[in-house]
Design a protein. Sequence first.
Length: 364
Amino acid sequence: MRLLKSDLLTTGHLINDKLLNIKDPDLSVIEITNVLKSWMIYNEAPDHTKFRKFMNHVFIFENIQKVKPLIKELVRKRMEECDLKNGFDFIKSVANPISAEILRILLGLEDIEPKKFLEWSDAIAVFMQDFVVSPTPNVQIAQSTAKSLLEMKTAFLEAIERRKTSPKLDLLSGLVEGLNNGSSEITPEEVVHQLIHLIFGGHKVPQYLLGNSLHCLLTNPSAYNLLIDNKEKFIPLLIEEVMRFEAPIQFITRHAKEEISLHGKTIKKGDSIYLMLGAANRDKSIFENPETFNIEKRGRRHISFGGGIHACLAAALVTEQIKEIFLQFFSGLKEIKPLYDLGNPDWSNNSTFHGIEQQYISIL
């Protein structure tokens, strides 16, 4: 973990390096990368500090608590729509839509149709998958994503304007209040870019965390029985252990600002370094029996939410969200029957996110 904290490494440069590899880049690629370049994750101080400080003030405990009654009703409605006895896809029916619905309402974007919100989130995820693994972005994917970005920016800017005169009890109103502060250095467009980043991570990470958690329970009956008998105690421990054992984010990248010698290897200036969080979370020198899924006792915490100035902004929100969803989902429930191959689940092909894509179950 020395690399994570090193001042010799930066999260930046990736966007510009990609653009330099492209001869005559398509306008849609430039438009998308202009948005990505303002994301906190791709910035260092002082820009990162500016964005982080501005966004931090709405991610407070009181705001997170407002989500709880909402989650209870959303889970109830979703479960009513499922064919519990004959089977349903947990990802399609619960994990994917409910994560988006919670984020949409928490931000105060109820005017945006849930289907459209899902389309936007998926478009960003598809582009980022291609962007991370490809030397040059796919133009067709970029053009489709650019269309979604334009729709998002228009909708968010309109919502910001409405909040200036009609604030509500939501995170967007809190951000607008910050914009109205005379000392704010953030522009409305920069706020929109951070919101797009929040949608990218704030929808997909909870979706995959829900599915991965259910899979870990179904493949570990002893953990499932512990949780069913004491949900309040073991659901928070389940979330922590899944974030260690089967986290939605398995790696992060850093880029060398200057040449580094590490463990006999030379990392040249400008080199990209992939830090494998999934491997670190199963490090034998840190975790006892790391290949064993164990929700009863873990002396060390996972590092899946990152660390330092780039620690996940919405970590507390994601954790509280998953906790409340599972408290409602498992309420009064005794047995779940998997209708998919537990030994060979449908893992995503998206290197940006690690999770199950389809997960058919029935509830008895």
